[in-house]
Structure formats: C-alpha cells, structure tokens
Design a protein. Sequence first.
Length: 433
Amino acid sequence: MSTVAEHPIHRRHLSCGLDVAIERSHSLRSCGLMLRLPGGFGADPAGEAGEGAATLLAELVQRGAGERSSRAFADAVDSLGASTSVSAGPESTLIEASGLGEHLPELLPLLVDVARCPRIEDEEVEPTRSLALQELQSVNDVPPTLGSIEFRRLLAPPPFNRSGMGHPVGLAVWDGPSLRARWSERTGPKGALLCVAGGIVPEEVFELVEGLVEGWEGECLAQSAEATPIRGRSHLTHPAAQTFMMIGSDGVTGRDSDLIALKMLSYILGGSSSSRLFTEVREKRGLCYGIGMGVVASPTHGFTQIYAASTPARAPETLKQIREELGKASRGVTRDEFEIARTGFKSSIVFSGESSAARAGSLAVDIVRGIDPRSLAEIAAEVDALTHDTLNEVAAKRFDAAWLDGLTVVTVGPEDPFAKADIGWPGAMLSSP
C-alpha cells in the first residue's frame, strides 16, 4: 500500500491554447514552474544553414524581457530569492523558475515575459555567440562529453541526434533581427504547456495566468523524427588517460507501457551500488572506476545507455564482462533484486515530493507522454502494481539475443578496445560501420 500523500491535480486548456496543470502541496512553501515550448534544437536549420539558433536563443531570452533590461531582470529574480533558467533540448525549450509560493504573483510574470516578449538585444548576440563557440570548442577537452555526443548521434533519430551546441558556421548565420523573428514565429501559447507545483492555491494561479497571457497569440512548432537511428560502433581516438565507453540500444518512448519496468530493470542491472554491473565489473574484478545504466525516454524516441570508464589496458576486459552480464538479463531477476529495486523506486518517489520543481517537471513529462498527469500516490501505485513475474516477462522480451547483438558501442581513448584480442562481441562489431 502506498504511503505517499494524494495531491489532486488541476488542469485547464486556456482559450489562447496554453495548457496549464497545477498541483498544490500543503507541506511545501516553495513553488516550481515549468513552461515547455515544443521545438528545441532539433528544429534548427541543419548544419551551416543555422544550426545553433536554439542554443543562442536559450541564452539570449534570459538577458532581459518586457520592460526589464538584462540587469533589471536579474535583479528582479534575485530580489525574490528565486531562480530562473532556460534550456534548449532536442524536442523543446524549457523556461523554468522556482521560489517561495508567496512570491508566485511576482515570479510568474517574469517567466511569462521571457516567453512572450524577450528583448534579444543586438549588442547581446555577439557575446552569446562567443560563449557558444567556446563551449563547442571545449568538447574535445572532455572525453566523456565527446563520447556522449557521439552516442546520441548514433542512437537518437535525426534531427534529435544533434549535440545541441550548434554548428560553428551555423552559429554565425544569426543576428539580432533574425533571432527575434525566429523566436516570434515559433513561440506562442498554442502547443505550449505550463506546469506549477508547490505551496500555491490553484484557482489563484489560474486567474493570474489568464491575465498574463491575455492577447498572446501564436503557436509552438514541434519537430518530428526524420529518419531511423544510425546505430553501430564508433571509436574516437583521444590522448586521454582513460577509455570511456557507452553502450546502448533502441529503447522505448515515454508513451510505452513497459517504461516503468525498463527503468526498474536498468536500476537492477546498473543503477545502484548493489547493481549487477557495479558488483561484477567494478567491485569483484576492479576493471573500471565508474559504471552505470539508465533509460532515456522522450515522446518521440528512447534508448538504454550504459557507461563505464577504465584504463586503456583494461578496457577490452571491461567490455567483455559488461557483455557477459547483459547476456544474463533476459533470464530475469531474483525476488530479492526485485524487492530492492521497488523499494528504491518508492524512496525516489517520496524524495521527489520534497521538490516543487521536480513535481512541476513530472507533471510536464506525463502530459507530454500523452497521459493524464499523475500524483505521487498514483505513480507509487503503478510501482506497487508491477509484479516480479511481469518484470521478468519484460526482461525476456526486451533483452533477447537480437538486442544483445545489436548494441551500439562508443569508445573514446588512446586505443580502440576492439582492436585487441577477441572480447566476446559479434564479428560485425570488430570494425566501425
């Protein structure tokens, strides 16, 4: 039986097209806000045509909005003891804020101004572009980031397989007028989603939002996948002291009924210090200093991912042992592993209830998945409803021989681990595609 308190969720579609979901928590004084605008860096023009617009805009829209300059906007946020951020992802741009619930009447207008009327000053464009180019150039100095970018390039469907950092030439295409026009053309209340959670009164929030968005027009233009993932194997030669490895496969979207089961299985395989990969590869054999597994699931695509970091000399054996452990996954998990994972999941649900920002994000995830937003109690009930037998059925279905032989592998380091002796992977993996 769930011990998580039930908090009713209120949802309305406003006449302007904005979808609003609100959850009140009597135990929290804080509030978290998330405004999701479909159309992230996956919607940028490709390559030299202008890839990087979303990256520039995510920074620029924070530098002043409405009547406030960049400094005045920052001062207004600081005066409330609040925080705001804007980030561009593959499928959406998120405008987020958090602060005390009592300051919501002052905080929410700031967030709406960022979406409705960012200043995007001409003089701010060049410094922002310079920062974006510096970040792009710094990637080669961080092997794990380099590997993560290559891993996404192979496993996410185009155009969602981009790095999000932009293209060196594409970043140079944009100026103030063109960036203002792009934001205006692609941003509006229709298709947008606002989620608010925490110590607030729902009816008061609805009334406030309706006043703030009055007269706002336009539509957020989402992007769809254009092709199937590339997949395969890739080695990036880098003079690092370690070899970084990422292994994964096509997973499920956020709308798949197996999502919770897959997350629990990934927890058992590599999500904790008692997981199989951590125990067998790191603890018993000392092959790597870091290893883990997780699930990425969005509305349009998903994948499982395993990461490990080892010395170049031990990298081949590390990969061999990882494959051996993954080969056992289809046989299912023990009752003890199942109970430990379920307890871990239930604990994470309780902890997420302590963060109003996390709850706002969770409401948004559910709605984007195409399901009604769930309270913590409803999420806990879904975990309770998952049985040991069902989990093993999902393991047998998702982690079969075809899955094992079709894994995508990215390695970054001074030597290609697959160039060494046979390490137990299919012959097709011995050379890059």
